[in-house]
Design a protein around this ligand. Structure first.
Ligand SMILES: NC(=O)C1=CN([C@@H]2O[C@H](COP(=O)(O)OP(=O)(O)OC[C@H]3O[C@@H](n4cnc5c(N)ncnc54)[C@H](O)[C@@H]3O)[C@@H](O)[C@H]2O)C=CC1
Ligand SMILES: O=C(CO)COP(=O)(O)O
Length: 333
């Protein structure tokens, strides 16, 4: 099948290689001409070091490469999804499956990214969400990985499953786009917090507490927005939360570590040198929690640290001192 992967960061590149390995005719589109030239000259993407790019992988900066494609993968940072999808509208063939693999929430609207793409494509194409514990660095090295393809129609999710799946990449289908995307965006916020705890020298107990209560918040919000609670205990939920909160590949966690060591957030993001989606998602978590009428104390704490400059120690003291409650007192469970 002819496929274009739109976005040549670490993730777009790893997925382009996977789809090429699966026997497809794959083009990788870059936003920056220099990025495309560098990959052509060096046969490597500096965002995905040590993974050679074969000659058969076509490189372009011309979005019209999506014409005639059966599948288009949208892999830009979340802030670029609307503008990129808007450009696709006139170029993409009706019925082409568009797979959204970015993890975030749109800044100004608090829309999920598949909603943003659907708005811009005006119903021309079915949109599938692909998410789960999948660091590009490991997928690029063909390390066994499993993800979820969520779509409104099972047959469309199954097509994506067929195209991406191979002996080293396992894809499960789901009909829960809402839950899958809420997991994808919010686990990055929790991973920033987990990194921060690591950077401050807190131990494994703190991280386990944060991840478990963070998951409860994610599920509370996701279920209130129409997601299914099973998604939160699946690959897109607990799976991606584990990998992002514990791996040194995670840009969100690495940014949090620097924050916990005392760096200012913008300095920390600069040092990470790749997109830190959790920073943006923390602002949206606030808006979504208010809209849904749910309590998200950890996301709220992250917002106060990231956007209001509150001291991390003070925020943790507040979280630890919240009113006593039962763990089982969860409306989503
Ligand atoms: N890196 C990973 O392991 C994974 C990343 N993701 C998600 O994929 C998305 C992309 O992440 P990465 O590939 O890691 O990014 P990256 O940080 O490796 O690279 C960012 C890319 O965005 C491009 N870019 C910058 N401004 C742009 C614009 N205005 N329009 C289009 N492209 C622009 C840059 O040229 C660069 O290619 C994020 O939402 C991330 O959460 C999802 C799963 C795994
Ligand atoms: O989503 C990811 C792994 O599943 C990548 O996480 P980071 O953006 O924190 O690197």
């Amino acid at each position: 099948m002819k496929i274009t992967v739109v976005g040549s960061g670490a993730w777009g590149t790893a997925l382009a290689l996977l789809l090429l390995e699966n026997g497809n005719d794959v083009t990788l589109w870059s936003y920056h001409q220099e990025e495309s030239n560098r990959m052509r000259d060096t046969h490597e993407n500096p965002m995905l070091k040590g993974v050679p790019l074969p000659e058969e992988l076509k490189l372009t900066t011309d979005l019209s490469s999506v014409k005639g494609c059966g599948l288009v993968v949208l892999a830009t940072p979340s802030f670029a999804v609307r503008a990129t999808a808007a450009q696709l509208r006139e170029l993409v063939d009706p019925g082409t499956i568009v797979v959204s693999v970015s993890k975030g929430i749109e800044k100004d609207t608090s829309l999920r990214l598949s909603q943003v793409i659907e708005e811009e494509l005006q119903g021309k194409c079915p949109v599938v969400v692909l998410s789960g514990p999948s660091h590009a660095e490991e997928v690029g090295r063909r390390i066994p990985t499993g993800v979820v393809a969520a779509a409104d129609e099972l047959s469309v999710a199954q097509k994506v499953q067929d195209l991406f799946m191979n002996p080293r990449f396992r894809v499960y289908t789901s009909d829960d786009k809402v839950g899958t995307e809420i997991c994808a965006a919010l686990k990055n916020v929790i991973a920033l917090c987990a990194g921060c705890c690591d950077g401050m020298g807190y131990g494994d107990n703190t991280k386990a507490l944060l991840m478990t209560r963070g998951l409860a918040e994610m599920a509370r919000l996701g279920v209130a927005l129409g997601g299914r609670k099973e998604t939160f205990t699946g690959l897109a939920g607990v799976g991606d939360l584990i990998v992002t909160c514990t791996s040194m590949h995670s840009r969100n966690r690495r940014c949090g570590i620097l924050l916990g060591q005392g760096k200012e957030i913008h300095e920390a993001m600069q040092e990470v040198g790749a997109v830190v989606e959790g920073y943006y998602a923390a602002a949206n978590a606030q808006a979504l929690a208010e809209k849904a009428g749910v309590e998200m104390p950890i996301a709220q704490a992250a917002y106060e640290v990231l956007y209001q400059g509150r001291d991390v120690h003070a925020v943790i003291t507040d979280l630890m001192g919240r009113a006593k409650r039962s763990e089982l007192d969860e409306s989503w469970s």
